[in-house]
Design a protein around this ligand. Structure first.
Ligand SMILES: CC(C)(COP(=O)(O)OP(=O)(O)OC[C@H]1O[C@@H](n2cnc3c(N)ncnc32)[C@H](O)[C@@H]1OP(=O)(O)O)[C@@H](O)C(=O)NCCC(=O)NCCS
Length: 192
């Protein structure tokens, strides 16, 4: 409740501030950490975690992160390339960290970092990194707008800045954008 002494004009900035706060969320609020154990049924013939199983877990972690940001059901729109730098071995632990880098209109880019951990030998190793894009849907399963993202740390700001170029590249590859319209991406290659 607003105090009685606030006049109508004094309430306006207060309400604007409140509305803007609701319409944007911090990147840290979307942080999702998932931990899994590699069991025999998750492995390939070499005793390493199968890529498909890892992508399945990454998809879930990324979806939870996007859902946390927009508080609405989401679907995976696209997955950027994933390179598996190091295999994760049977019996090792998988750590997946997912966080929103930037929200656009109805879509959100999620950054994922994946590590393996050998608890017996006590070491951690990087497995891969990836970007997933999710779209929020309304009850009619149509895309709906999402809150904007507030990047706070240096790393979050760097990821936020790069997200526009990554979005343009994936939309071109997905046939959803003409290369001529990708101004920020083109600026990387062509200087005035
Ligand atoms: C993703 C989907 C909702 C997009 O719907 P659409 O009718 O193409 O809607 P629009 O063209 O209005 O695009 C909506 C948003 O999706 C984004 N999008 C569409 N295709 C994309 C792609 N290939 N990569 C990244 N983003 C994409 C658009 O950029 C737009 O984002 P914005 O509003 O932030 O600008 C629709 O294609 C879909 O439902 N796909 C199937 C999803 C699915 O089943 N996933 C796997 C299981 S979860």
């Amino acid at each position: 409740m607003l105090p009685q002494y606030l006049t109508r004009s004094a309430r306006f900035p207060y309400l604007c501030q409140k509305f803007m706060a609701m319409d944007s969320k911090k990147a840290s609020e979307s942080l999702t950490i998932m931990t899994e154990l590699v069991l025999p049924n998750d492995t390939n013939l070499f005793g390493n975690l199968m890529g498909g199983r890892l992508m399945y877990w990454m998809d879930i972690a990324a979806a939870l992160s996007a859902h946390k940001h927009c508080n609405a059901p989401v679907v995976t729109a696209s997955v950027d390339n994933i390179s598996f730098e190091n295999p994760i071995k049977l019996g090792n632990v998988v750590h997946i960290e997912a966080k929103i880098t930037r929200a656009f209109n109805t879509s959100m880019e999620v950054h994922l970092k994946v590590w393996g951990e050998d608890l017996t030998q006590q070491y951690k190793y990087k497995s891969n990194e990836a970007y997933y894009t999710f779209v929020a849907l309304d009850p009619n399963r149509k895309p709906r707008t999402v809150p904007q993202l507030v990047a706070e740390t240096d790393e979050e700001k760097k990821l936020f800045d790069g997200a526009l170029r990554r979005r343009q590249l994936r939309l071109i590859l997905g046939g959803k954008m003409k290369p001529d319209d990708a101004l920020e991406l083109k600026a990387l290659f062509f200087k005035d």
